[in-house]
Design a protein around this ligand. Structure first.
Ligand code: GLU
Length: 476
């Protein structure tokens, strides 16, 4: 069975690049009816924070991902947080030590650098494998000095070939690879060691991750071999760049999933857009429903060249999804934004829900981000915020005069529907020799506080007679 994992370090909010790694693992697992596993790599104890783990899980769920095994739900191969697996790493390290595949190294960084310089190399040239051949006596001396050793892996001298699903065959020489640390002196595993032990014991079949990890893969393969473990298939995805073709970073604006979520992107739009970062079908299609992505996804169609994250296209796609989504779902998605804006309470009656749903429906075409919903429909719920320019332009003496005449007509109108309102207002224009715009603009501004919005008569109908009359009163 296919078993893949997403293995984030909880040192910050979920980044777009990592979200894509998670998504591709998810799509691959679902397509192959395998397991998608969430593993938290929290051995960087200084930078890892519980709150980031919580946020990661929230954001992954928001994107529409779910997993079969993970720290929050457990599973048959746990624990799923590396800090809860320390005994496992220590036991495996002990085994490598016994088999002579690892050794204790007592050198300090300074000593290593000094020797490198003496040997005419760069200070940071790497380790010279000195402790590989320590005698019992030398070892004993270091121990009595109270030095706390690290554990280094004995790197065999051979070429390593990575058969990468996306990149093809990549050959690395291990001749120049120094014996690297697998357990630190504080008893924590290094990243390389923990990843391999976990992938092995969690029976991971495919390692799908960013290209930045390709150079780590030879080390990982050597470790798998030393453990007599099956070597998973590797697929290293291209990096994600910003629109200016440099690596996606804060300079490009929001880079965390959370920021996009808070801006009011739809999870479905986000899911769809992220799936296109470095993957695509031959037909250059760009709108995909989740089920379709699962069906069509393949690692073979992931591109080798970098993917470019284009916020403009994401925004466009979001607008597309907002126009397409059902009014009911749009309401559900908009509620947190309306709450934040102080427009609604925590609980709504069915009637209130219906009213807000219709308000959103009238503006659905114009909404690009959920964050903008309060701006678009706020006036339906609370007194409008009157925009100064709009008031100056349309609610001067002339506008007010027109509205006071119209007031009489509307107050008498009992049949409050779009068509009868339109008929009455148009008739009023004709009888008084007003161009429609002379009446429509002031009316719109008096109702909504602004010059743009839904169809005028749809707006009047939906506001209802009571609100319309009371808003007119304010201006006459
Ligand atoms: N924890 C690693 C990272 O955040 C993931 C390593 C891997 O996928 O092998 O990049």
């Amino acid at each position: 069975m296919v078993r893949v994992r997403f293995a984030p370090s909880p040192t910050g909010y979920l980044h777009i690049g990592n979200a894509r790694t998670a998504l591709f693992n998810y799509l691959f697992a679902r397509k192959n009816k395998g397991h998608f596993i969430l593993r938290i790599e929290d051995t960087d104890t200084e930078r890892s924070k519980k709150e980031y783990e919580i946020a990661l899980i929230e954001d992954l769920k928001w994107m529409g991902l779910d997993w079969d095994e993970g720290p929050d739900i457990g599973g048959g191969f746990g624990p799923y947080r590396q800090m809860e697996r320390l005994k496992i790493y220590r036991d495996v390290a002990e085994k490598l030590l016994k088999e002579g595949k690892a050794y204790r190294c007592y050198c300090s960084r300074e000593e290593i650098e000094e020797r490198n310089i003496k040997a005419g190399k760069n200070a940071s040239a790497g380790y010279d494998n000195r402790c590989r051949t320590l005698t019992e006596k030398e070892r004993g001396k270091y121990e009595t000095e109270g030095r706390r050793p690290v554990l280094r892996f004995v790197v065999p001298e051979k070429d390593i070939t990575v058969n990468d699903i996306i990149r093809g065959k990549v050959v690395f020489e291990s001749k120049h690879l120094p014996d690297f640390v697998i357990m630190k002196s504080d008893g924590l595993p290094t990243f390389h060691f923990a990843v391999v032990v976990d992938d092995y014991l969690m029976k991971i079949t495919h390692v799908i991750r960013g290209e930045d990890h390709l150079s780590n893969t030879p080390k990982h393969i050597l470790l798998f071999e030393a453990l007599d473990a099956p070597i998973p298939q590797f697929a290293h995805m291209s990096m994600t760049l910003g629109p200016d073709k440099t690596r996606l970073s804060k300079r490009h604006g929001a880079t965390s999933v959370r920021a996009y979520r808070e801006e009011g992107y739809l999870p479905d739009a986000f899911f769809n857009y992220i799936s296109l970062l470095g993957w695509g079908t031959t037909e250059s299609q760009d709108i995909f429903a989740k089920e379709e992505l699962i069906e069509k996804f393949s690692l073979e169609r992931c591109q080798k060249s970098s993917a470019v994250f284009d916020p403009e296209k994401l925004l466009w796609m979001n607008g597309y999804y907002i126009r397409k989504v059902s009014a009911e779902r749009l309401l559900t998605l908009s509620l947190p934004f309306l709450k934040d804006a102080g427009l609604i309470k925590d609980t709504l009656s069915e009637e209130e829900k219906k009213y807000i749903e219709k308000s959103i429906l009238l503006e659905q075409e114009k909404i690009k981000l959920l964050k903008d919903v309060p701006y678009h429909i706020g006036f339906f719920i609370k007194d409008p915020v009157y925009e100064e320019d709009a008031v100056n332009k349309y609610l001067g003496e002339e506008g007010k005069k027109v509205l006071s005449e119209l007031f009489v007509v509307l107050e008498r109108c009992d049949y409050w529907t779009v068509s009868s309102l339109e008929e009455k207002v148009r008739k009023f224009c004709e009888e008084n020799n007003y161009k429609p715009s002379v009446v429509f603009h002031p009316l719109r501004v008096a109702m909504s506080g602004k010059t743009k919005g839904p169809g005028l008569f749809e707006m009047l109908e939906h506001l209802g007679k009571e609100k319309v009359i009371s808003r007119l009163r304010r201006w006459i």
